[in-house]
Design a protein around this ligand. Structure first.
Ligand code: FES
Length: 188
């Protein structure tokens, strides 16, 4: 079930760390990149390569918000529900997304295009209310922007990259750009 590329990624992770257990998150991310989630059969195969108990992998998948043990949408929408975004209308934004997609938070649209997964602080409070989708930040959100964002995402192929990027484009860490209050740099 695992592709040759995924197997090689897991073996590379094994070589990177002194102990097999240290390679498990890299292995799970590689599995998720292949399938969009972590199927049990894939975990069993990975556990054999890592020479660890498959149950340990399963437990990690259920522990982390960004690892999935069941199929999810081609595009995962992660609006922030924490305090700075809440104060700027995050609950209305999440309710709008729910109404527009016809699903409750935590659910996937019947056609498999979108999963709505509200998250805690996304470390982009200056963009409040903000969400991450396909590894990119969008904010400040309005219903009109959401309409445009959903249309653009729906036209893209399924996203198989990392759910959350480590540094946001336009922050000082990356050398400037949108800056505080300047928005996320998207045209949408
Ligand atoms: S509270 Fe929403 S990004 Fe920080």
């Amino acid at each position: 079930m695992l592709s040759e590329e995924t197997v090689q990624e897991i073996r590379a992770a094994l070589r990177r760390y002194p102990r097999p257990r240290s390679a498990v998150l890299d292995a799970l991310r590689a599995i998720q990149r292949q399938f969009g989630y972590c199927p049990p059969e894939a975990l069993t195969e990975a556990a054999e390569i890592l020479e660890i108990d498959a149950n340990a992998l399963q437990m990690l998948v259920t522990f982390y918000d960004l690892l999935y043990d069941h199929p999810v949408g081609a595009h995962i929408l992660m609006p922030c529900k924490n305090i700075a975004c809440y104060l700027r209308g995050a609950d209305e934004i999440i309710a709008y997304l729910s109404r527009k997609l016809g699903i409750a938070p935590g659910q996937t649209t019947p056609d498999g295009t979108f999963t709505l997964q509200p998250m805690e602080c996304l470390a982009a409070c200056d963009l409040a209310p903000v969400m991450i989708a396909d590894g990119e930040y969008y904010g400040p959100l309005t219903p009109e922007r959401i309409d445009a964002i959903l249309a653009e995402l729906a036209a893209r192929p399924p996203y198989r990259g990392e759910p959350v990027i480590e540094t946001r484009p336009g922050t000082a860490v990356n050398g400037g750009g949108a800056g505080n209050g300047g928005g996320d740099g998207h045209d949408l």
